[in-house]
Unconditional design. Structure first.
Length: 226
């Protein structure tokens, strides 16, 4: 019921209604922003991912998970998204797609991962004081956590002044806007949250889209497990 009450379920339902999901070619690179080929690719997770274990929190239709040569588990809250991912890339032996809440999956798992990442996924949509420590429990020592989130200054907004979530909106394919709660931190606040959870911030990058004005639209954070 949690997933079906989510705006993300409504988003996936409209995507599914637009046409059946079919097998797709494996993407040539991993994307962290809404503009193809902007910024780094999978190399941000490590120099050689072959044979490694990766976890994606909020995998959506599976495009980024399919890109890796590593063994990847993609978790998504919305079962319809997992069905889309399996339809697109279920033929790939290295990819597993699971429906479930990111925090619950991490708490129930006993597996250790070589990298964990989120691309406009669970990080920023689940309370960081709960999610980041759970991620730290599942990530091997010295390995990378990377995530991209909507930039807190996009469209002239101001970053959160405290650790509470703020009201945001999801725009559905039919242009309907549904409210959500999002943690909209600047780099300094993300660094403090990561430090409390046992990570060291190693980089923070901002990305722009000239079509959407001069404000940055994406923040990409990379950290290491201490």
């Amino acid at each position: 019921m949690l997933a079906q009450a989510s705006p993300w379920h409504a988003h996936a339902r409209q995507r599914t209604a637009a046409g059946l999901a079919e097998p797709l070619a494996v993407p040539t690179r991993m994307e962290w922003t809404t503009r193809p080929a902007q910024g780094p690719g999978a190399e941000i997770l490590g120099p050689d991912l072959r044979g490694k274990r990766l976890l994606e929190l909020g995998c959506g239709p599976g495009h980024n998970a399919a890109r890796h040569s590593a063994r990847v588990t993609g978790v998504d809250l919305v079962g319809l998204q997992v069905r889309r991912a399996r339809s697109h890339y279920g033929r790939l032996n290295n990819c597993t797609f699971v429906a479930g809440h990111a925090l619950h999956y991490l708490q129930a798992s006993d597996e250790q991962f070589d990298a964990i990442y989120s691309v406009f996924g669970a990080i920023g949509l689940v309370a960081p004081e709960l999610l980041l420590p759970a991620i730290a429990q599942r990530l091997r020592f010295g390995r990378v956590l990377a995530f991209s989130v909507p930039h807190p200054q996009r469209g002239g907004r101001s970053p959160s002044g405290d650790d509470r979530p703020r009201r945001d909106f999801v725009t559905l394919p039919d242009r309907t806007r549904l409210p959500i709660a999002r943690w909209e931190f600047d780099t300094d606040r993300w660094e403090r949250q990561l430090s409390r959870a046992g990570f060291r911030l190693t980089s923070a990058q901002e990305f722009h889209d000239p079509r959407k004005g001069h404000w940055p639209i994406t923040l990409l954070i990379r950290a290491r497990k201490l």
